[in-house]
Design a protein around this ligand. Sequence first.
Ligand code: NOJ
Length: 538
Amino acid sequence: MGVQNNQPNTLWWQSGVIYQIYPRSFQDNNGDGIGDLRGIITRLDYLQWLGIRAIWISPIYPSPMADFGYDIADYTNIHSMFGTMDDFDELVREIHARNMKLILDLVPNHTSDQHPWFLESKSSRNNPRRDWYIWRDARPDGGVPNNWLAAFGGSAWQWDETTQQYYYHAFLKEQPDLNWRNPAVRQAMLDTMRFWLEKGVDGFRVDVMWHMIKDEKLRDNPVNTAYQHHMATYDQLLPVYSTDQPEVHDIVREMRALLDRYTERMLIGEIYLPIHKLVTYYGKDNQGAHLPFNFQLLTLPWNARVIASAVSEYEGALPSQGWPNWVLSNHDQPRIASRVGAHQARVAATLLLTLRGTPTVYYGDEIGMRDVPIPFHEIQDPQGLNMPDKNLSRDPSRTPMQWNNSEQGGFTAGKPWLRLDRNFYQVNVQAQKDDAYSMLQLYRKLIRLREEYIALVAGNYMPVYADHQMMAYIRAAEGAPRLLIVLNFSHRPCYFKSLAEPLKGTILVSTSPELEGTTVEGTTSLSGDEAIVVRLDA
Ligand code: NOJ
């Protein structure tokens, strides 16, 4: 059984749909081939039409772009490539005028190596900011301080000639990790958050939240015996001492306490951990992150039985006040349409938008965008460039949004920083807007349904059935119509028959729109790749 949650008065981040914008690729307004804030402003009406409640924008701060903005050189400014602070203020106003919310990406684990804090820190061993980063002597033989590896390849330690010490970086050497054991660092980052909260920002998505603090003794990580050659070199070790330390929860609590001083602000944590560890990020007494990102749909095999049991496990593991959430794609992972195929991506959309909890939609997934082959010599992503033999480039899922069938899909008047999918002539917003059979219409209908049916937002999750082909569940809130969702995870037709009680109702939304409005009773047959949302008779 699902966790009880009859909560009619839900907050915006519970009832609404979050939409992730990768700003380089959403809309270019000044013709330089890179998306910008004014571009986003011009597309807000579209997002409102779609029914989006909150927008999360990947980093827009000044940055040398070694990791496309996840290497921040100034936490309280806007990169000129994306616009000005005035543009940002206007963006906030325009978003709020449409009754939408803005979530910024906060990257507190590391800065750019060009950040003034780091430039000071590396200037001498006696600099007051020396301890803002993690510096260690070489071993007596000159070797690195411990065996920790960087997520983007190689050792996590970089030698500094000037001061004759190593510094730690969990990602690129251009992204030195801050020392969160230093109270001044904590204060500086909270000040940063306050700056944006005062500007009206409604929440933060905290980058690599589980990385923020490391083992005090910097002990060696153990070997991962399950490592296989195709994996990133980082996976050779288990990051037992470099991530997910008990003290991280104190930091998250401090961030949350700051947010709680403002009205209805929220905190998302980017966390790749097994469920039992992930849920600890809700914090003791629910004083941690509002939404520790749940990436199960991103990482698990696309199989009805596997997904059904993962949903139940998650429902069962959530703390009593913990609000669930679901993610299908993001800027670090292959897109859902490329992982499961175009047809199953429609089933996945139905799952995402009917499970209990807040859905996050990655830009372009709503029109079925897929990963785009980027020729080898055009690779931009450092993860792809550093491990060229492993197919780890994230460029394919970061390509420009496909708005219409004009030159460059309406994304830019210039040369796009990454090539578009050649299918943009057909697969684009304009073409799908009035097509009842399109992915875009499916997304819009499902989002609408969440507004119309309280059961989809505040109702319980009740698993009904799962086998190797399909999954079925009911969403039910007291005194409101119950909804039955049946998803065929396979390309073959299948039958659904409720074993527990006879289910009778009307199809509200389906991946096959011609079924909408038809009734369902007894044994229902589904085509391959079909999903239905049924309003049950009382
Ligand atoms: C997670 C971000 O989502 C990813 O894009 C980035 O490369 C790393 N953190 C490092 O900041």
